[in-house]
Design a binder for this molecule. Structure first.
Ligand code: HAM
Length: 430
């Protein structure tokens, strides 16, 4: 029997892999302008890290983790998300002592044994961004603006930024009690999941997708109405900063998120792009002011988000971000001596940062031309034995390419020794 990829996991091949690369490149660039530095943490962590941070009774920890014993008999887990690892590393390396504000990001695969469907996979990629050390709402706004700008720059359509507050150690219990009191008379009408967990975590009823629960949740008290003065002030400050940054947002009283570490601000970026289907949340995040202390570090305010890169690609559709051609220049040769004569030329072009394709298979000129066209080459170098003898090469500007005439091809003979300089000038638009 043929062996296939593990269920819910997939191979990322061109052109999607190139799109992911483009998204990553643009993300690196934007994040650098905000002063965020990339960190790499292991894909495996001791299981206790996730149980303690994400929460024992969350869906992720209860039923979605890839957990196993390693050869030393210790329980390890493939990371289902990156915040817990980032905080572990922050504490382990004593960052709070060496810098007042830490701005980190990470890019990489995460693992959750979820029911696989469009936009939901068992291995997926996240871009996670975390800011530690700032309690003021300015940093929450900075992250929302960064996320908004990134998705806008990439061309994601139909974006909506949803925001809520979950309160703090002081006002969350008040909200929770009010919610319990409101929900208690409706208990019998809740779905099975909500009935099971609502005494322990009534907030989860708010984001239940079942119609009956939604109707009940519609009349529930809201966290903002019951927020303490400090949480209210934080919210108001965030709204003012977002307004100054011209980032449109909407208050979503149901936004509670599925991880236990959140305090105060929570947010999600959703997209109405048709490619996404029901999994329309591109990114989610919020404040986690208690997590560093919970994991044994000094009390440190923190906030962050993670974006699902597969979902982002689905939202972008097949066209964006625009891909550069696989090769800018194609080498087409007739005969082995001509092919060999093009090799140093190709190397010299690559040294200038120009991408070049060489067909080594001795195919016909026609099929080599077809290949160059398919790869999106703007220019093709054609060398036959006769041209080689005369030390010239034919340079063809492909139709419709930036270097070529619109709708027509143009070609000329160039001395071999001048070909590199000529190509460089043509690609630079000269
Ligand atoms: P999360 O909401 O669990 O938050 O995941 C963030 C994003 O990852 C989601 O909005 C979605 O785009 C993507 N995602 C999650 N699960 C899957 C899946 N099975 N398949 C495809 N994409 C998925 C977190 O992970 C938090 N660590 C975010 C955070 C960072 N909060 C503070 N800092």
């Amino acid at each position: 029997m043929r062996i296939q990829a593990v269920k819910g996991m997939y191979d990322l091949l061109p052109p999607q892999s190139r799109r992911l690369g483009e998204v990553e490149r643009i993300s690196h660039e934007l994040l650098a302008t905000y002063g965020y530095c990339e960190v790499h943490t292991p894909l495996l962590e001791y299981t206790g890290l996730f149980a303690r941070s994400i929460g024992e009774e969350t869906d992720i920890v209860e039923k979605e983790m890839y957990t196993f014993e390693d050869r030393d008999g210790r329980s390890v887990t493939l990371r289902p998300e990156g915040t817990a690892s980032a905080v572990r590393a922050y504490i382990e390396h004593g960052l709070s002592a060496s810098e007042a504000v830490t701005r980190w990001y990470y890019l990489g695969p995460m693992f959750r044994h979820e029911r696989a469907q469009r936009g939901r996979y068992r291995q997926f990629h996240q871009l996670g961004v975390e800011a530690l050390g700032v309690s003021e709402p300015g940093i929450d706004a900075e992250l929302c603006a960064l996320l908004w700008e990134l998705c806008g720059r990439l061309g994601a359509p139909g974006l909506e930024l949803h925001l809520n507050t979950l309160g703090c150690a002081e006002c969350r219990p008040v909200f929770r009690a009010a919610l319990l009191e409101y929900l208690a008379p409706h208990e019998a009408s809740l779905c099975e999941d909500c009935r099971r967990r609502f005494r322990h975590n009534p907030l989860r009823v708010l984001d239940c997708k079942v119609e009956g629960c939604r109707r009940i949740a519609d009349g529930a008290p809201t966290s903002l109405a019951l927020a303490c003065a400090a949480c209210r002030g934080h919210w108001d400050g965030l709204m003012l900063d977002l307004e100054a940054l011209r980032v449109p947002s909407q208050h979503d009283v149901r936004l509670v998120r599925g991880l236990d570490y959140y305090t105060r601000t929570t947010f999600e970026l959703q997209s109405t792009a048709p490619g996404l289907g029901v999994q329309n949340t591109i990114a989610g995040g919020g404040r986690y002011d208690g997590l560093v202390a919970e994991l044994g570090g000094p009390p440190t305010p923190a906030v962050g988000f993670a974006m699902g890169l597969e979902r982002l690609l689905l939202a972008l559709g097949d066209e964006r971000p625009p891909l550069r051609p696989v090769a800018q220049v194609g080498c087409v040769s007739r005969g082995e001596a001509a092919r060999r004569a093009l090799l140093p030329l190709a190397r010299d072009l690559r040294e200038l940062g120009i991408s070049v394709d060489v067909d080594h298979r001795g195919s016909s000129v026609k099929s080599q031309m077809k290949r160059a066209d398919k790869l999106g080459c703007a220019l093709v170098l054609i060398l036959g034995e006769d041209e080689l003898a005369r030390q010239v090469v034919t340079l063809r500007e492909m139709a419709g390419s930036a270097a070529g005439e619109a709708g027509a091809t143009r070609q000329s003979e160039v001395p071999l020794a001048e070909a590199v300089a000529r190509i460089r000038a043509l690609l630079a638009g000269g």
